[in-house]
Design a binder for this molecule. Sequence first.
Ligand code: BGC
Length: 708
Amino acid sequence: MHKLHSLLTRQFLFPLFVILLLVSTSFTPLQAFAATHAVRPWMDPSLSPDKRADLLLAQMTLDEKITMLHGTSLGIGLGGYVGHIPANTHLGIPALNLQDGAAGVAGGMTGVTAFPAPVAGAASWDTSLMNQYGQALATEMSGKGANIALSPTVNILRVPQWGRSYESFGEDPYLNSQLGVTEIQGIQSQHIIATVKHLAANNQETDRMSVSAQVDERTLQEIYLPAFHAAVHQGGVGAVMCSYNKVNTIYACEQPYLLHDVLDTQWNFPGFVMSDWYATHSAIEAANAGLDMEMPLGLFYDLPLRVAIGLGQVSMTTINTMVHRILRTMFAFGLFDYPTTGSPGNNVASSAHAQFALQEAEEGTVLLKNDQNILPLDGSKIKSIAVIGADASTSPMIVGGGSASVKAPYVVTPLQGIQKRAGSSISVQYASGSDQKQTAQVASSADVAIVFVNDVEAEGSDRSSLSLPNNQDQLVQTVSQANLHTIVVLNTGAPVLMPWVDQVPGIVEAWYPGQEDGNAIAAILFGDVNPSGKLPMTFPKQAGDVPANTTQQYPGVNGKAVYSEGVFVGYRYYDANHITPLFPFGHGLSYTTFSYSNLSVTPASSQGGTTSVSLDVTNTGSRDGSEVVQLYCGIPSTNVPEPPKQLKGFQKVLLSAGQTRRVTFSLDPSALAYWDVNSHGWVVQKGTYQVMVGSSSSDIRLTSNLTE
Ligand code: BGC
């Protein structure tokens, strides 16, 4: 009876009341506003998100609460959202429409911009660029009616075989943190909730649904969690997605250490946790650990959850907390106050976004090798160019596969970009590379040969080898033998082996560059844009050189991948083991040169809290260009083994030819801390720390000491 009454009241009387008020002729907008608030007090934007969530939650039935906790397949019928929670029209709760957005709006939607892959953004080492990406993405999301973006991915590139390398920001926790934070801030500036993913230690596709990452507490805290922590604390991220894999034998989406101890207790995360798609494995364990939302369906968070509530295995307090977290986040990011009016059919691409996609691709391109200054191409001297490889024309690798894949509205192929830039005074010949003899002939008859090669990465499987697939090493060899002036352009999402490295004078890593592929690479090759990208990961000389080089470590044995390399991931490992990589972390050349001088370190003690590090950087060449100045610290290995250096700061500085600028970093104490497993907290030990500044992790230009 009581239920019926409340239903009647809600369904009929309240709306009737509002309609009566609205039809009144003497009704002013202000009164309408006040009337809505009288009926739905949670719509008062002057109240805090927490208060608004309290008020709304108090009106919700159990059915309505359960509806908020899981997706429905309806999303697909609605035009391609990958996740969907229907609107509650009685209470005025907007629908939640979730969409992937690593490199643009995904989910097969058309009329969107195909931006470069995240790894290209990472290679720009430019936080403001990632912020702009976040804003551009969110604008397109909103135009499509989505209000939750499933981005960024901040999983560490632990193994270069990882099929989702192209979706990542590389191997360093600090670089991941800063790029993730700025992308999140960009997304969330547009009333769209960002989702940082995938918590945690989601570092391989082989057995991804079942493998257990066996990783110790210090390694988790120092390598695999910092970017999530930064997303929460610095970025204010609204949502966290837990991953498919297990962490220390427990599925991530029901892992009490991750969801309760870390997210909730240590970090005070006020947002909500959603599962990766079909990564929920229970109702009771998951809800009690801290998983708030099951995606994409309610396989566990509908009937099984209702049963668990009935049996007292999940308390109503827990359910209320889960719903409250979701509602609070929706209020905090304006989903109630600024509901999206977009819809899936809208064309949301724009020339401004195409221009930005071009800029991002240019900024992310890394000049790996440039012997005898073979680049930039001198348009006044070169009369003919051979462009070689299927990647240059028929199958350019502009985006990786899987949930992050974006439908490009068009693709400027490398061949088209080069032809356009070359103009009529330079002849451009193309060979696909399928016929060796013809390829050699085309290559040998040109002043310069540019060969485009790619790897093929997709979510769901790892690369079986670090070598280029489809005989492309042979292709490079054929071309380099035919023409001494050979430049290799790599369209890869991760490191590849280069057995021909010494046979070619020029190598460029252009990643998966998105729809503006050809225009971006032409601008770099001809020097219209001075390359400024730096590697966000180490390129090994040979497969056996990588940190996780046993089957126990990767892909794992008996369902367990043992992270026995500990904190020695990426360059931390190469440095500690004196292994010279093919190209080091942080490496990237320019068409100009930079010098570093006058390092000064002012310790925290003299200025309360932060240490400041400053130096002069001079552009010593004849072209304007940007340098990514990198700051590494060496923490003493007194208490625990430490890598020789760890990235703790970076700045991308634009310098005109001859210009000098003073660059200043401030290091807060956490930069010098290690995770102490006895106190379960960060500790800065007494001792002498090394401060190193350079142009890559292997090209340290200035060093100093710091005593704590
Ligand atoms: C991926 C997530 C993605 C989700 C929705 C999963 O397969 O791991 O990154 O957000 O699908 O498409």
